[in-house]
Write a protein that binds this ligand. Sequence first.
Ligand code: FUB
Length: 465
Amino acid sequence: MNRGTRLLTASSLVVASTLVLPATPASAATLPVGARSLEAVSHPGRFLRHADFLGRLDAVTSASSAQVRSDATVTVVNGLASPSCYSLQAANGMFLRHRDLRVRLEANDGTPTFRGDATFCPADGSVTGSVSLVSFNYPDRRLRHKNFELWVESYQDTDRFRADSSFKVTAPWQPKTAKGPVMPGLFADPHITHLDGRFYLYPTTDGYASWSSPYYKAFSSTDLVNWTDHGVVLDHGPDVSWADNSAWAPAVVAKNGRYYLYFSGGAATGDTRKHLGVAVSDSPTGPFRDALGQPLVRAGTHPGQAIDPMVFTDDNGQSYLYWGNGAAHVVPLNADMVSFDPAAVRTITTPGFREASFVLKRNGTYYFMWSENDTRDENYRVAYATGPSPLGPWTARGVVLQKRLELGIKGTGHHSVVQVPGTDTWYAAYHRFAVPGGNGTNREVAVDRMTFNADGTIAPIVPTL
Ligand code: FUB
């Protein structure tokens, strides 16, 4: 988002530029997400960093080079292997992981081994306000420094080991600039909406091989800049009997005093097809519960994949369910929001449609929007059509959001749009390859302004860092 388009002033974006800010204490069982530095308890002034792709413990001061300060700054994100643990991502997009017990900086290859080796679970450190990082794959081993190198070693009940495996989480050495995603971490397919006076974002959790994440988180904000993480709101494992993985592209709508979360998922049976389901909650932050105990749209009942749901509610209160990959479908939902007349399903034909339907209405015109190409392709992008009703007919209007290579922005798609209530101000949330170093399964969420031309067409959405 451009500074000029943010709802808050630019000063609200500025995060600590030096270590003079009070250190952010790590609680007993959590780490603060976002840009951080980790200072060794047993060597104050020395920080966890990487050099030549190996984890080290080095002295860092305000006189250190920009490179050293950057290498001593990590983005703490939700764990690649577990949402209750954490992963540490460097500025180049790679993650700190252990291999052969040595801590290294490597690109996420999406394998369960990598994700586990790059995930650390927090435990109390040796002194108040410090944290110890336990290997997800080897719960008896903790990250420690030895001769200023970082290793994972079996826990030893000694003062020396406890101190050498404890870190204080401080403000980042590398000042945060306006660059970066809306939310720290790897997320995709953002569904943005406004509920009960707050903006909400419901994304796919990314960083998983074959997009296999099993859970959804919710985030909320009053300014589209600062987001509160509300944690996991639906987990296919315990919460959905017919789905285990592929928690993709949620969409949330308020109706009947409740909140409905439409989602897609697959079962761990070897059948890779996805079904589309609906969950319900009394709160936008969940917990959501599977409303039907079975899919709302089963794979194979209509052409294309049963994924990427979206619900649009017209001014007369009628809600419509849109979904599809390879073919787009729409059907009026019954008043219960969890059923429809199968005979009323219509297929939408717009040129280039791949997936990620989204519908909005402005000044009496309906806008049907979608993503083109493959999400692993840097040419993944958003196009749209306009029409006189939620069911069309649709007139294609072209591409409105695409890559911006001069900024390293690729794969801009699977968007959603929110209107600031009471205004004609609109924002598009979308994902892109994480900058830098991301790809089609390591994506991040951005938000940029969406404006309309005088004739009602949508002006190109300019992706910004
Ligand atoms: O995130 C998984 C899938 O990738 C989504 O369902 C598609 O829209 C694509 O973004």
